[in-house]
Design a protein around this ligand. Structure first.
Ligand code: GLN
Ligand code: ZN
Length: 764
């Protein structure tokens, strides 16, 4: 019998059960036993969903109390010295949470320590805890989680398939704890521990999934050659069990020969991200081994076109028979749990969607159709065809006006009407800013009061009038405080925004919102991305009234605040029936109208945030230029219509510009603010080397902690910045928005920042 399975299932809980359990435990409101119970209940729900859907395995060890990479570190004993406990030999939950968060639960006597670094999991919005390896790292099995959860599934009567992060991907995702060394040099110490793990698994376990997503990356030769030798050792340790190597997030054609050389029983490939690889992998992967094809998109929420998928799979099934397995493309970690929990989406739109539970059902239907013939699942296939047709034909997804506008985009629209040097002149005359102008990134503290007012308004408890009054009151306070601080370019503080994408999505056509569409971002944090299902347009101005009001309170320039097209795209579930670039351009055109309405309302400075521009970078180098081209075009389309005297700002929350500096310059924003305090301004080196021509506001203090920076520190950083960038093109601002901070520290920090800017002006 052929197999339907999944590489993983969401662990956040359909109603964020994991988040709630963790937060109760961390704050001391629940016991360890209660936390463990909550974990058990989530696993039981995962397995029950998988078995109900008719999958042939339940996947084990995809559950995690924080992060699956951290689980691998714990399993392998990769615990940095600062977390090691003299008495506890194992990486217990206490050590585990300290690695993730720097502290364990409330009331713990352990001192806080710096948490491990967190970074993005490939090109997803999920963040993993980076393993820290020492040059003489010792590995040893140090957590029983994998074995305990396997035993739990067996005891519950399931047929478990444990998933383990593969050794090479584990090393690849790690970093050197101290000075840089070749992490591959640790492989010979690491592999024996993996062998022991495999040997220690219950004899009843038949298949083990080892995730090696790095096979879909451009790998250095040394890493490629490390694969066969590693897997030869692992294969010897499996005894009677079988290994399935799972790849995802891209194609593996460049590494197919290596994959084929691995002595494993099965290979999983992502046929959604890389549909073109299917044929060639099928040709080259030996017939007697299992080929698991990821046909259902694990990264998005659209219903799969099952009839089309079937057409692609049938010829392969004919040749491979039961050695063909069916699965979602990657772990379903990146999708919400169950569409049935959505009660507010209209039925039509809902019929186009599939969340994790529905994706399992799709997986099973495909397998049934192959193994027993399409007629055995005819009703399901017909219902699917009907939904796919309804989406394809729906006027809701296609707006002729928007299509017409897209078809008529000209190159001139992607360019400001004058070059930066001339614009800068016009802006100097209009804005009359001092040298080293001071500003902030947009948001001010989102107090409990602001949040409560927004909630009351959303739930209909207060009238629109009262809501507007409360927000205006907040804006007045924020403007007054900035005036007291003597900042040069002011902001309205963004009190009306709970989120920089949701706010715009709610005001644009073509977006839908879920009630429970949560996806884990990291640990206890989840995001609820909007769904872009149709052509995007702007029925009415989105920010103009707030900004106009804010500007009416001051004679200083008020900065309009927009989220850029790439960021809105990147942080949403995006339609899959047209290229991402088309959707980005539609959003860009809506923003372009907003820019022009802001100008008409007398706003002369407009910031278009693009914190997600770098995130969208494809995993493979060969695809990066094409992405950067349209991403830059989308930004330029949104800003290109601004008058020369209108100063366009952009903001990015990171400090790594090496690979993308040319594209950053190509955005041609008049001013860019970036995060740089933690890199001590060293990142400006690349801006200098590239002779970045426009103005830059390198963040002069870190907003990620409540700590108030001293004037000396800020001054030192600003002077450091001036060694890279001429002061005539330098701005003075914090690293990022201030919404997560408290007012007292914000006032003190900004007062110090303004004082330093003033003192430094006097030097020139
Ligand atoms: N304008 C936003 C703010 O200040 C920018 C946030 C971001 O880039 N992440 O909060
Ligand atoms: Zn930021």
């Amino acid at each position: 019998m052929s197999i339907a399975h999944t590489l993983g299932f969401p662990r956040f809980g359909a109603h964020r059960e994991l988040k709630q359990a963790l937060e109760r435990f961390w704050s001391g409101k629940s016991s360890l036993a209660e936390l463990l119970e909550a974990g058990k209940a989530i696993r039981a729900a995962q397995w029950s969903a998988e078995s109900h859907a008719g999958l042939d395995f339940v996947t084990v060890n995809d559950f995690s109390f924080y992060d699956h990479v951290l689980d691998a570190s714990a399993m392998l004993g990769v615990v940095p010295a600062r977390f090691r406990d003299a008495k506890a030999a194992d990486a217990d939950l206490d050590v585990y949470f300290r690695m993730a968060r720097g502290r364990s639960q409330a009331g713990s006597s352990k001192a806080d320590v710096p948490a491990c670094e967190m970074t993005k999991w490939f090109d997803t919005n999920y963040h993993y805890i980076v393993p820290e390896l020492e040059e003489n790292q010792h590995f040893a099995i140090s957590s029983r989680k994998l074995f305990d959860e396997s035993a739990e599934a067996l005891a519950a009567g399931y047929r478990p398939k444990p998933v383990i992060l593969g050794p090479l991907t584990f090393l690849w995702l790690s970093k050197s704890a101290g000075k840089e060394f070749d992490r591959l040099s640790l492989l010979s110490r690491l592999v024996p521990v993996y062998e022991e793990v495999l040997r220690s698994l219950d004899a009843r376990i038949e298949w083990i999934q080892l995730d090696e997503p790095i096979l879909a990356l451009d790998l250095p030769q040394a890493w490629r050659t490390a694969f066969p030798q590693t897997y030869q050792a692992l294969a010897r340790a499996t005894q009677n069990r079988k290994l399935l190597v799972a790849t995802y997030f891209g194609g593996i054609l460049e590494n197919l020969e290596i994959a084929t050389a691995l002595p494993v029983h099965g290979l999983h490939i992502d046929a959604v991200r890389a549909p073109d690889q299917l044929d060639q992998v099928h040709q080259q992967w030996p017939r007697e081994r299992v080929l698991s094809v990821g046909m259902i998109d694990g990264r998005n929420i659209w219903r799969t076109n099952l009839n089309e998928a079937l057409k692609k799979l049938q010829p392969i099934y004919k040749e491979r028979g039961d050695q063909l397995w069916i699965a979602p493309s990657c772990s379903l970690l990146h999708t919400p749990v169950d569409l049935n929990n959505e009660t507010r989406l209209d039925e039509e739109l809902k019929s186009w969607l599939a969340f994790a539970v529905q994706k399992l059902e799709e997986t099973h239907i495909l397998k049934q159709a192959l193994a027993s013939g399409p007629d055995t699942v005819r009703a399901a296939l017909d219902a699917n065809a009907h939904a796919i047709e309804s989406r394809r034909r729906s006027p809701r997804t296609r707006n002729p006006l928007v299509r017409n506008r897209i078809a008529n985009i000209t190159d001139a629209m992607k360019r400001r009407s004058q070059a930066y040097a001339m614009r800068a002149q016009a802006q100097r005359e209009k804005l009359k800013l001092p040298l080293l102008p001071t500003t902030t990134i947009g948001s001010f503290p989102q107090t409990a009061e602001i949040r409560s007012i927004r909630r009351q308004y959303k739930s209909g408890k207060i009238s629109e009038q009262d809501y507007v009054k409360a927000m205006r009151h907040e804006i007045e306070q924020v403007v007054q405080k900035q005036t007291e601080l003597d900042l040069d370019v002011l902001v309205h503080g963004e009190p009306e925004r709970n989120d920089m994408v949701e706010y715009f999505g709610e005001l644009l056509e073509g977006f839908a919102f879920t009630q429970n569409g949560w996806v884990q971002s990291y640990g206890s944090r989840g995001v609820k991305p909007p769904i872009i299902y149709g052509d995007v347009s702007r029925p009415a101005p989105m920010t103009v009234e707030w900004i106009r009001f804010a500007q009416s309170l001051t004679s200083r320039p008020m900065k309009g605040m927009l989220t850029g097209p790439v960021t809105i795209l990147q942080w949403s579930f995006v339609r899959d029936d047209q290229p991402r670039s088309d959707t980005a351009f539609q959003i860009a055109l809506a923003l372009r109208n907003e820019v022009s309405d802001l100008e008409a309302a007398g706003i002369n400075v407009i910031q278009i945030d693009e914190p997600a521009l770098r995130e969208g970078l494809p995993l493979k180098a060969s695809q990066r230029d094409a992405y950067l081209k349209w991403a830059v075009d989308a930004f330029r389309l949104s800003s290109g219509g601004a008058a020369p005297s209108t100063q366009i700002h952009t903001h990015m929350c990171y400090a790594e510009f090496n690979e993308i500096i040319e594209s950053i310059a190509a955005l041609d924003a008049d001013v860019i603010s970036i995060e740089s305090s933690r890199s001590r301004m060293e990142l400006l080196e690349v801006f200098q080397r590239f002779e970045y021509p426009n103005e830059i506001g390198p963040g002069v203090y870190d907003i990620h902690s409540p700590r108030v920076p001293s004037k000396e520190e800020i001054s030192e950083l600003l002077h450091a910045a001036a060694r890279y960038i001429p002061v005539s093109r330098l701005w003075v601002n914090p690293d990022c928005g201030l919404k997560t901070r408290g007012w007292p520290e914000v006032m003190e920090s900004l007062a110090n920042m303004v004082a330093v800017a003033k003192a430094m002006r006097a030097e020139y």
